[in-house]
Structures are given as C-alpha cells and as structure tokens.
Design a protein around this ligand. Sequence first.
Ligand SMILES: Cc1cc2nc3c(=O)[nH]c(=O)nc-3n(C[C@H](O)[C@H](O)[C@H](O)COP(=O)(O)O)c2cc1C
Length: 202
Amino acid sequence: MVRILGIAGSPRQNGNTSLLLQEALRGAEQAGAAVEKVLLCKRNIYPCVGCDDCRKSGQCSLDDNMDQLYRKVLAANGIVIAAPVYFNSVNAQTKAFIDRFQCIWERKNELGQEVTDPLTRPARRGLFLSAARGDDPRVFDGAIKVMDRFFETVDVDYYERLLFFRMGEKGAAQKHPTALGDAFKLGEHLVEEISRHLATVT
Ligand SMILES: Cc1cc2nc3c(=O)[nH]c(=O)nc-3n(C[C@H](O)[C@H](O)[C@H](O)COP(=O)(O)O)c2cc1C
C-alpha cells in the first residue's frame, strides 16, 4: 500500500495550508493510500545548532522528536508539506524541521550512505502546498528554493506545487473557488503517480 506522510507546518490551526493539506490527504486516501499527518507545532523540534556532529556520524546530537520524523519521512512513498509564506520563506517551524535534515544530507553526500530504499526510491514523490497574503506569485520564490533542497535531500526527485497568493485571511482557502478541490485532486494524483511507478520497479 502507498504510504503518504502529510506535514502541517503552520502554527495556525485550521488555517489555509492546514485546510489544503486536509483535502490533499483526503484525496490520497480516496486513491487508496495509507495516510498519516504530523503537526509540527505539536512536536518537540529544536532548531539546528550547527554543532557539525552529523558531519562525522550522520546522526543528529539533539534529542527530541526528530528521530521518529526522520524515519517517517524516509519510509513514506509520498510526502506532502503544507506551509505558509512568512517573510518570503517557509514559516519558522517548517524551516526548523527542514534544517534538521542536515544530518541526512551529510549521510548522503559526505558519508556516501543510502537513506531510502533504492528499490522504491524512483517512485518517491512530493507535494508542496502553500499560501501567502501578497498579490504577486513571486512571493513563493524563497519558499520554493527551500523546498527544492528539502525534497532533493530526502530523495524526492519530483514534486508538485500548489501555491495560492492573495490568500491571507484565515478561512480564505474555503472561500476560494477551486483551492480545496485542487488540493484533493493533487492528493489523488500523487498516489496514482506513485502506484504507477511502484508497479514498474517492484
Ligand atoms: C509572521 C508572518 C509573516 C508573513 N509573511 C508573509 C510574506 O512575507 N508574504 C506574504 O505574502 N504573506 C505573508 N504572511 C501571510 C501568510 O502567508 C498568510 O496569512 C497565509 O495564508 C497563512 O497560512 P496559514 O493560514 O496556513 O497559516 C505572513 C504571515 C505571518 C503571520
């Protein structure tokens, strides 16, 4: 069964990105996936302290909830990250989570280790959902650069994006004519794509 991990990055409960994530995961479930959602603001995640311990060991020295999150991210077939734009990047909780993948980057790039199953790796896919108040789509440029590096680090070579500018107020995603339906369809599509690729490699 295809496993989809949803990461809710916003601290705003039932905010715009949270609603988009909910719909994407509903779509994924509808397409037959086993779905799990993690709310970053409910987890204990310290920001990276730059100690460089992971350069030698590939392991992070900080002791918090990240160990279980590394396992979930590296084992899932599909990863959906939902995070708002804050000051032209992803919000702090999401960025702290992403920065902590430095140890995974070191494992791969400095220590030459495999971090995901080579057999199913080509079928790994991602989805980035975001919302911003600004009225220019370039407001996502910084966040996209962050997500490019994140997905590359966790062996997701291909991810889709669903980005809504002029979406600031809480509840705006619900009022948008297509946003929730678009997220649902992309959740379904994600699972269909993964299943199709898994069928060719397993
Ligand atoms: C601290 C903070 C910083 C923000 N920075 C930006 C920004 O740089 N550009 C922008 O367009 N919107 C910005 N916003 C607006 C949010 O991206 C927007 O309200 C979004 O819908 C929030 O998503 P959420 O409901 O999932 O939390 C900011 C909001 C906050 C609270």
